[in-house]
Design a protein around this ligand. Structure first.
Ligand SMILES: [Zn+2]
Length: 280
């Protein structure tokens, strides 16, 4: 089921990942927010897997009965398959959130393919166990997950408007900013021109032109398959308002959910990005 995945340490790591101190460095922000009793209940059901970049966690139409919480530095891409064309990205998920059976415990066919954009660890929890723990949790935990699900759906609505209305340069800016937020603001974003073209659903020659424009503005530098953000304010000025709207939506779930620009992820300070992307 989990192509390209290998188990990482097994259950003994679960408490550390879900715990408050270990969680800050190695875990998932969304999972670190419920009360301690809920996290303890969940820790029994956790599997930690390491995913290689480019691997597929589930395909569209697969019946998904698991939630996947990317650990710090791991980024998943949700892709909409379209017959006769390459799949287009609807959103990306990092350590601020979860993919899979987010909306409820009933296994339903996935509407998207879930692919690993930046490799690393992810926390897997069976949907039945996760939603049972949340259902029996205090209202604050239930509200947290309901607000996250609402934010996720809101971001998908926004992505539809963005694709229909906004020029590719603005969408490219939004994509790079969103990826960088999930990696820590000083980390380079692993991104070939082909990957960005696929994610945005445009030709590669279009992406070549857009990257040249962003480089000419001094906003980014693209070299050896990585984007370095040189001037974040310039990149934000280029991006469409969808980026700020998506940030606001996730920040409304919980102020600590989404990494703020200028904050370094502790996990990345300890482990260079190359380690995370090449390990698996
Ligand atoms: Zn937009």
């Amino acid at each position: 089921v989990l192509d390209g995945a290998r188990a990482h340490g097994g259950e003994p790591g679960a408490e550390k990942v879900l715990g408050e101190s270990g969680g800050a460095a190695a875990g998932n922000r969304l999972l670190s927010l419920p009360p301690e009793a809920v996290r303890e209940a969940l820790a029994r059901h956790v599997r930690i897997l390491v995913h290689a970049p480019g691997s597929t966690l589930f395909e569209a139409e697969d019946v998904v009965d698991t939630l996947v919480f990317p650990a710090e530095g791991t980024v998943l891409s949700l892709l909409v398959p379209t017959p006769g064309a390459k799949p287009v990205e609807s959103t990306m998920v990092g350590s601020e959130g979860a993919a899979g059976a987010v909306l409820g415990p009933i296994p339903v066919p996935a509407m998207v393919r879930c692919e690993v954009l930046v490799g690393g660890r992810a926390i897997h929890i069976p949907a039945s166990d996760f939603h049972a723990a949340i259902a029996s949790a205090p209202g604050v935990a239930r509200a947290l997950m309901a607000r996250y699900a609402a934010a996720l759906v809101g971001n998908l609505h926004q992505a539809v408007a963005c694709a229909a209305l906004h020029p590719v340069e603005a969408r490219a800016g939004r994509w790079i900013l969103s990826a960088q937020d999930r990696l820590g603001s000083r980390a380079a974003v692993p991104m070939t021109q082909e990957v960005l073209a696929d994610r945005l659903g445009v030709r590669r020659t279009t992406v070549t032109r857009v990257i040249a424009q962003l480089e000419a503005r001094g906003a980014i530098q693209h070299r050896r398959g990585r984007v370095h953000v040189l001037d974040r304010a310039a990149l934000e000025a280029t991006s469409c308002p969808c980026y700020a709207a998506q940030r606001r939506r996730l920040e409304a779930v919980h102020p600590d959910l989404y990494p703020r620009p200028g904050t370094e992820h502790p996990a990345l300070a300890a482990a260079p990005l190359d380690d995370l992307t090449n390990k698996a």
